[in-house]
Design a protein around this ligand. Structure first.
Ligand code: ATP
Ligand code: MG
Length: 346
Protein backbone atom coordinates (compact mmCIF):
# COMPACT_ATOMS: atom_id res chain seq x y z
CA UNK A 1 0.00 0.00 0.00
CA UNK A 2 2.80 2.40 0.95
CA UNK A 3 6.27 1.91 -0.45
CA UNK A 4 9.12 4.13 0.57
CA UNK A 5 12.32 3.42 -1.27
CA UNK A 6 15.64 4.79 -0.13
CA UNK A 7 14.30 8.08 1.21
CA UNK A 8 16.78 10.79 2.10
CA UNK A 9 15.76 14.13 3.55
CA UNK A 10 18.20 16.97 3.98
CA UNK A 11 17.10 20.28 5.51
CA UNK A 12 18.96 23.52 5.34
CA UNK A 13 19.69 24.34 8.98
CA UNK A 14 21.29 27.50 10.41
CA UNK A 15 24.54 25.57 10.94
CA UNK A 16 24.53 23.77 7.61
CA UNK A 17 22.59 20.82 6.19
CA UNK A 18 20.63 18.51 8.51
CA UNK A 19 20.46 14.97 7.19
CA UNK A 20 17.11 14.00 8.81
CA UNK A 21 16.43 10.80 6.83
CA UNK A 22 19.28 8.58 5.72
CA UNK A 23 18.06 6.01 3.26
CA UNK A 24 14.77 4.81 4.73
CA UNK A 25 12.94 2.00 2.92
CA UNK A 26 9.61 0.76 4.20
CA UNK A 27 6.71 -1.34 2.98
CA UNK A 28 3.41 -0.76 4.78
CA UNK A 29 0.69 -3.25 3.87
CA UNK A 30 -2.91 -2.43 3.03
CA UNK A 31 -5.19 -2.60 6.07
CA UNK A 32 -2.53 -2.69 8.75
CA UNK A 33 -1.82 -0.34 11.63
CA UNK A 34 1.87 0.41 11.30
CA UNK A 35 3.68 2.18 14.14
CA UNK A 36 6.83 4.26 13.80
CA UNK A 37 8.56 4.94 17.09
CA UNK A 38 11.70 6.81 18.03
CA UNK A 39 13.07 9.47 20.32
CA UNK A 40 12.70 13.17 19.65
CA UNK A 41 14.62 14.21 16.54
CA UNK A 42 14.88 10.65 15.17
CA UNK A 43 13.13 11.74 11.96
CA UNK A 44 9.61 10.37 12.53
CA UNK A 45 7.74 13.50 11.43
CA UNK A 46 10.07 13.93 8.47
CA UNK A 47 9.28 10.36 7.45
CA UNK A 48 5.52 10.54 7.83
CA UNK A 49 5.40 13.85 5.96
CA UNK A 50 7.07 12.27 2.96
CA UNK A 51 4.16 9.82 2.65
CA UNK A 52 1.86 12.64 1.46
CA UNK A 53 4.75 14.73 0.14
CA UNK A 54 4.12 17.44 2.71
CA UNK A 55 7.90 17.07 2.66
CA UNK A 56 9.37 16.28 -0.72
CA UNK A 57 12.31 13.94 -0.06
CA UNK A 58 15.73 15.00 -1.35
CA UNK A 59 16.13 11.51 -2.78
CA UNK A 60 14.06 8.34 -3.09
CA UNK A 61 10.58 7.39 -4.25
CA UNK A 62 7.18 7.30 -2.54
CA UNK A 63 4.41 5.05 -3.84
CA UNK A 64 0.95 5.08 -2.27
CA UNK A 65 -1.90 2.86 -3.49
CA UNK A 66 0.00 2.08 -6.66
CA UNK A 67 0.68 5.74 -7.52
CA UNK A 68 4.22 7.00 -7.60
CA UNK A 69 3.76 10.34 -5.84
CA UNK A 70 7.27 11.57 -6.49
CA UNK A 71 6.62 11.66 -10.25
CA UNK A 72 3.17 13.32 -10.21
CA UNK A 73 2.49 16.88 -11.34
CA UNK A 74 0.63 19.32 -9.06
CA UNK A 75 -2.87 18.27 -10.19
CA UNK A 76 -2.02 14.57 -9.92
CA UNK A 77 -0.60 15.11 -6.48
CA UNK A 78 -3.74 16.96 -5.31
CA UNK A 79 -5.84 14.00 -6.43
CA UNK A 80 -3.48 11.46 -4.84
CA UNK A 81 -3.54 13.36 -1.54
CA UNK A 82 -7.30 12.81 -1.27
CA UNK A 83 -6.40 9.16 -0.58
CA UNK A 84 -4.29 10.21 2.41
CA UNK A 85 -5.79 11.75 5.55
CA UNK A 86 -3.68 13.14 8.37
CA UNK A 87 -4.16 13.97 12.05
CA UNK A 88 -1.84 16.03 14.23
CA UNK A 89 -0.73 16.45 17.82
CA UNK A 90 -2.29 19.91 18.13
CA UNK A 91 -5.39 19.03 16.11
CA UNK A 92 -5.04 22.01 13.71
CA UNK A 93 -8.73 22.94 13.85
CA UNK A 94 -10.05 26.28 12.63
CA UNK A 95 -11.22 28.12 15.74
CA UNK A 96 -13.78 30.24 13.87
CA UNK A 97 -15.59 27.19 12.47
CA UNK A 98 -17.95 24.85 14.28
CA UNK A 99 -17.21 21.16 14.70
CA UNK A 100 -19.46 20.43 11.70
CA UNK A 101 -17.83 23.09 9.53
CA UNK A 102 -14.32 21.91 10.40
CA UNK A 103 -15.16 18.43 9.18
CA UNK A 104 -16.94 19.90 6.15
CA UNK A 105 -13.99 22.04 5.07
CA UNK A 106 -12.18 19.54 2.81
CA UNK A 107 -15.50 18.74 1.14
CA UNK A 108 -16.27 22.43 0.53
CA UNK A 109 -12.83 22.79 -1.03
CA UNK A 110 -13.55 19.78 -3.23
CA UNK A 111 -16.74 21.53 -4.42
CA UNK A 112 -19.41 19.23 -2.95
CA UNK A 113 -22.94 20.61 -2.54
CA UNK A 114 -24.34 21.46 0.91
CA UNK A 115 -26.57 18.40 0.67
CA UNK A 116 -23.70 16.07 -0.25
CA UNK A 117 -21.64 17.57 2.56
CA UNK A 118 -24.35 16.92 5.15
CA UNK A 119 -24.75 13.35 3.94
CA UNK A 120 -21.01 12.80 4.41
CA UNK A 121 -20.34 14.78 7.60
CA UNK A 122 -23.24 13.68 9.81
CA UNK A 123 -22.39 9.94 9.73
CA UNK A 124 -18.71 10.80 10.36
CA UNK A 125 -19.64 12.83 13.44
CA UNK A 126 -21.67 9.86 14.65
CA UNK A 127 -18.74 7.52 13.98
CA UNK A 128 -16.40 9.59 16.14
CA UNK A 129 -19.07 10.11 18.81
CA UNK A 130 -19.62 13.85 18.29
CA UNK A 131 -23.10 13.94 16.77
CA UNK A 132 -24.35 15.99 19.71
CA UNK A 133 -21.54 18.58 19.50
CA UNK A 134 -21.82 19.51 15.82
CA UNK A 135 -22.59 23.18 16.56
CA UNK A 136 -19.89 23.76 19.15
CA UNK A 137 -16.68 25.66 18.44
CA UNK A 138 -13.22 24.14 19.13
CA UNK A 139 -12.82 26.34 22.22
CA UNK A 140 -15.93 24.71 23.69
CA UNK A 141 -14.78 21.06 23.52
CA UNK A 142 -12.10 18.96 25.23
CA UNK A 143 -8.76 17.87 23.77
CA UNK A 144 -9.99 14.34 23.14
CA UNK A 145 -13.09 15.72 21.41
CA UNK A 146 -10.90 18.01 19.29
CA UNK A 147 -8.89 15.03 18.14
CA UNK A 148 -12.16 13.27 17.25
CA UNK A 149 -12.98 16.28 15.05
CA UNK A 150 -9.51 15.96 13.52
CA UNK A 151 -10.15 12.30 12.78
CA UNK A 152 -13.57 12.98 11.24
CA UNK A 153 -12.08 15.74 9.09
CA UNK A 154 -9.27 13.42 7.96
CA UNK A 155 -11.85 10.80 6.98
CA UNK A 156 -14.09 13.26 5.10
CA UNK A 157 -12.45 12.72 1.73
CA UNK A 158 -12.72 8.92 2.22
CA UNK A 159 -8.98 8.26 2.24
CA UNK A 160 -7.35 4.83 2.00
CA UNK A 161 -4.54 5.83 4.35
CA UNK A 162 -4.58 7.74 7.62
CA UNK A 163 -1.34 9.28 8.88
CA UNK A 164 -1.12 10.16 12.55
CA UNK A 165 1.75 12.27 13.84
CA UNK A 166 1.76 12.09 17.66
CA UNK A 167 -2.04 12.42 17.62
CA UNK A 168 -2.37 11.38 21.25
CA UNK A 169 0.71 13.10 22.69
CA UNK A 170 -1.24 16.07 24.04
CA UNK A 171 -3.86 13.86 25.70
CA UNK A 172 -4.07 12.19 29.11
CA UNK A 173 -3.65 8.39 29.29
CA UNK A 174 -7.35 7.59 29.44
CA UNK A 175 -8.26 9.88 26.54
CA UNK A 176 -5.29 8.43 24.64
CA UNK A 177 -6.73 4.94 25.08
CA UNK A 178 -10.14 6.04 23.82
CA UNK A 179 -8.68 7.78 20.74
CA UNK A 180 -6.54 4.71 19.98
CA UNK A 181 -9.62 2.51 20.36
CA UNK A 182 -11.39 4.75 17.83
CA UNK A 183 -8.47 4.41 15.40
CA UNK A 184 -8.61 0.65 15.83
CA UNK A 185 -12.32 0.67 15.10
CA UNK A 186 -11.75 2.74 11.95
CA UNK A 187 -9.00 0.37 10.86
CA UNK A 188 -11.29 -2.64 11.33
CA UNK A 189 -14.56 -1.22 10.04
CA UNK A 190 -13.32 0.94 7.18
CA UNK A 191 -10.26 -1.17 6.36
CA UNK A 192 -8.11 1.96 6.49
CA UNK A 193 -4.34 1.61 6.52
CA UNK A 194 -3.01 3.61 9.46
CA UNK A 195 0.53 4.90 9.96
CA UNK A 196 1.03 6.00 13.51
CA UNK A 197 4.02 8.03 14.65
CA UNK A 198 4.74 8.14 18.35
CA UNK A 199 7.48 8.30 20.95
CA UNK A 200 5.42 6.18 23.36
CA UNK A 201 5.69 2.39 23.33
CA UNK A 202 2.33 2.27 25.16
CA UNK A 203 0.70 3.63 22.00
CA UNK A 204 2.43 1.07 19.79
CA UNK A 205 1.52 -1.67 22.24
CA UNK A 206 -2.17 -0.86 22.14
CA UNK A 207 -2.71 -0.68 18.39
CA UNK A 208 0.19 -1.47 16.06
CA UNK A 209 0.30 -4.74 14.12
CA UNK A 210 3.85 -4.01 12.98
CA UNK A 211 6.35 -1.33 13.82
CA UNK A 212 9.59 0.30 12.82
CA UNK A 213 12.03 1.84 15.27
CA UNK A 214 13.86 4.97 14.12
CA UNK A 215 17.11 6.44 15.31
CA UNK A 216 19.10 9.29 13.77
CA UNK A 217 17.27 9.17 10.45
CA UNK A 218 17.42 5.42 10.00
CA UNK A 219 15.21 2.44 10.70
CA UNK A 220 17.14 0.33 13.18
CA UNK A 221 14.58 -2.43 13.65
CA UNK A 222 11.18 -3.45 12.28
CA UNK A 223 8.78 -6.36 12.45
CA UNK A 224 5.60 -7.79 13.94
CA UNK A 225 4.71 -6.02 17.20
CA UNK A 226 4.68 -9.18 19.28
CA UNK A 227 8.00 -10.36 17.83
CA UNK A 228 9.75 -7.05 18.41
CA UNK A 229 8.29 -6.76 21.92
CA UNK A 230 9.34 -10.24 22.92
CA UNK A 231 12.73 -10.31 21.26
CA UNK A 232 14.06 -6.79 20.59
CA UNK A 233 17.35 -6.82 18.66
CA UNK A 234 18.40 -3.21 18.94
CA UNK A 235 19.48 -1.22 21.99
CA UNK A 236 17.18 1.71 21.10
CA UNK A 237 14.24 -0.67 20.90
CA UNK A 238 15.13 -2.18 24.27
CA UNK A 239 15.37 1.18 25.93
CA UNK A 240 12.03 2.31 24.44
CA UNK A 241 10.48 -0.95 25.64
CA UNK A 242 11.64 -0.16 29.16
CA UNK A 243 8.56 2.09 29.44
CA UNK A 244 6.32 -0.93 28.97
CA UNK A 245 8.37 -3.77 30.45
CA UNK A 246 11.05 -2.53 32.83
CA UNK A 247 14.23 -4.55 32.45
CA UNK A 248 15.37 -4.04 36.01
CA UNK A 249 13.44 -4.74 39.19
CA UNK A 250 12.96 -1.63 41.35
CA UNK A 251 15.57 -1.33 44.12
CA UNK A 252 13.00 -1.60 46.92
CA UNK A 253 11.69 -4.87 45.46
CA UNK A 254 15.20 -6.31 45.26
CA UNK A 255 15.78 -5.26 48.84
CA UNK A 256 12.62 -7.01 50.03
CA UNK A 257 13.55 -10.14 48.06
CA UNK A 258 17.02 -10.24 49.66
CA UNK A 259 15.37 -10.31 53.06
CA UNK A 260 13.07 -13.14 51.96
CA UNK A 261 15.96 -15.07 50.40
CA UNK A 262 18.09 -14.59 53.47
CA UNK A 263 15.53 -16.12 55.86
CA UNK A 264 17.35 -18.94 57.72
CA UNK A 265 16.29 -22.62 57.76
CA UNK A 266 14.23 -22.44 54.55
CA UNK A 267 14.32 -24.69 51.46
CA UNK A 268 16.21 -23.36 48.41
CA UNK A 269 14.63 -20.41 46.66
CA UNK A 270 15.10 -18.61 43.36
CA UNK A 271 14.01 -15.19 42.28
CA UNK A 272 12.82 -15.73 38.72
CA UNK A 273 12.04 -13.02 36.22
CA UNK A 274 9.51 -14.35 33.75
CA UNK A 275 8.84 -12.63 30.44
CA UNK A 276 5.53 -13.59 28.89
CA UNK A 277 5.35 -12.74 25.22
CA UNK A 278 2.85 -14.59 23.13
CA UNK A 279 3.21 -17.63 25.35
CA UNK A 280 0.22 -19.44 26.79
CA UNK A 281 -1.69 -17.64 29.48
CA UNK A 282 0.24 -16.83 32.65
CA UNK A 283 -2.22 -18.12 35.25
CA UNK A 284 -2.31 -21.87 34.42
CA UNK A 285 1.48 -21.85 34.15
CA UNK A 286 1.86 -20.44 37.63
CA UNK A 287 -0.60 -22.90 39.14
CA UNK A 288 1.38 -25.65 37.32
CA UNK A 289 4.42 -24.62 39.31
CA UNK A 290 2.50 -25.09 42.51
CA UNK A 291 0.63 -28.28 41.58
CA UNK A 292 3.17 -30.18 39.50
CA UNK A 293 6.39 -29.09 41.15
CA UNK A 294 5.16 -28.46 44.66
CA UNK A 295 6.75 -25.00 44.73
CA UNK A 296 5.80 -22.22 47.06
CA UNK A 297 5.30 -19.04 45.01
CA UNK A 298 5.45 -15.44 46.00
CA UNK A 299 4.83 -12.88 43.25
CA UNK A 300 6.98 -9.91 44.18
CA UNK A 301 6.58 -7.66 41.19
CA UNK A 302 5.06 -7.64 37.76
CA UNK A 303 2.79 -6.39 35.09
CA UNK A 304 1.03 -8.43 32.45
CA UNK A 305 -1.13 -7.03 29.71
CA UNK A 306 -1.68 -7.76 26.04
CA UNK A 307 -0.01 -7.18 22.70
CA UNK A 308 -2.13 -8.15 19.71
CA UNK A 309 -4.31 -10.34 21.92
CA UNK A 310 -1.41 -12.26 23.50
CA UNK A 311 -0.32 -11.97 27.11
CA UNK A 312 2.73 -9.79 27.38
CA UNK A 313 4.70 -8.56 30.33
CA UNK A 314 6.94 -9.65 33.17
CA UNK A 315 6.52 -11.24 36.56
CA UNK A 316 9.14 -11.53 39.25
CA UNK A 317 8.39 -14.63 41.28
CA UNK A 318 10.13 -15.94 44.35
CA UNK A 319 9.90 -19.72 44.03
CA UNK A 320 10.79 -21.96 46.95
CA UNK A 321 11.09 -25.75 46.92
CA UNK A 322 13.42 -28.70 46.39
CA UNK A 323 16.33 -27.86 44.07
CA UNK A 324 15.45 -30.48 41.42
CA UNK A 325 11.85 -29.24 41.38
CA UNK A 326 13.04 -25.67 40.89
CA UNK A 327 15.18 -26.77 37.97
CA UNK A 328 12.35 -28.81 36.46
CA UNK A 329 9.94 -25.90 36.87
CA UNK A 330 12.27 -23.55 34.98
CA UNK A 331 12.49 -26.05 32.08
CA UNK A 332 8.71 -26.40 32.11
CA UNK A 333 8.27 -22.61 31.83
CA UNK A 334 10.83 -22.35 29.03
CA UNK A 335 9.09 -25.21 27.23
CA UNK A 336 5.87 -23.18 27.35
CA UNK A 337 7.58 -20.24 25.65
CA UNK A 338 8.26 -18.13 28.72
CA UNK A 339 11.66 -16.46 28.96
CA UNK A 340 13.08 -17.20 32.38
CA UNK A 341 15.95 -15.40 34.07
CA UNK A 342 17.23 -16.42 37.45
CA UNK A 343 17.90 -13.09 39.15
CA UNK A 344 18.96 -14.45 42.54
CA UNK A 345 19.22 -17.77 44.34
CA UNK A 346 19.62 -18.93 47.91
N1 ATP B 1 12.25 22.25 8.53
C1 ATP B 1 13.38 21.86 9.11
N2 ATP B 1 14.53 22.53 8.92
C2 ATP B 1 15.71 22.12 9.46
N3 ATP B 1 15.82 21.03 10.23
C3 ATP B 1 14.69 20.31 10.47
C4 ATP B 1 13.43 20.68 9.93
N4 ATP B 1 12.51 19.79 10.34
C5 ATP B 1 13.16 18.90 11.10
N5 ATP B 1 14.48 19.19 11.18
C6 ATP B 1 15.52 18.42 11.89
O1 ATP B 1 15.48 17.10 11.39
C7 ATP B 1 15.66 16.15 12.42
C8 ATP B 1 14.45 15.21 12.47
O2 ATP B 1 13.30 15.96 12.83
P1 ATP B 1 11.84 15.34 12.95
O3 ATP B 1 10.91 16.45 13.23
O4 ATP B 1 11.57 14.51 11.75
O5 ATP B 1 12.01 14.39 14.24
P2 ATP B 1 10.89 13.65 15.10
O6 ATP B 1 11.35 12.25 15.26
O7 ATP B 1 9.55 13.87 14.53
O8 ATP B 1 11.02 14.39 16.51
P3 ATP B 1 9.87 14.73 17.59
O9 ATP B 1 9.59 13.45 18.32
O10 ATP B 1 10.53 15.74 18.48
O11 ATP B 1 8.68 15.27 16.86
C9 ATP B 1 15.86 16.94 13.69
O12 ATP B 1 17.24 17.06 13.90
C10 ATP B 1 15.25 18.28 13.38
O13 ATP B 1 15.86 19.31 14.12
MG1 MG C 1 7.83 14.83 15.22
Amino acid sequence: MILLDNIHQTYRGPKGPVHALRGVSLHIRAGEVFGVIGRSGAGKSSLVRTINLLNRPSQGTVTVAGRSLTTLNAAGLRAARRDIGMIFQHFNLLTSRTVFDNVALPLELAGLSRQQIQARVNPLLELVGLGHLADRYPAQISGGQKQRVGIARALASQPKVLLSDEATSALDPETTRSILALLQQINRELGLTIVLITHQMQVIKQVAHRLAVMEAGEIVEQGEALKVFSDPQNETTRSLLDDVVPRELPANVLERVRTLLGAPGQPPASLLRLVFAGSESDQPLLSDLVRRFGLDLNIVHGQIDEVQGHPFGTLAVLARGAQEQLTAAVSHLRGAGVQVQEVAHA
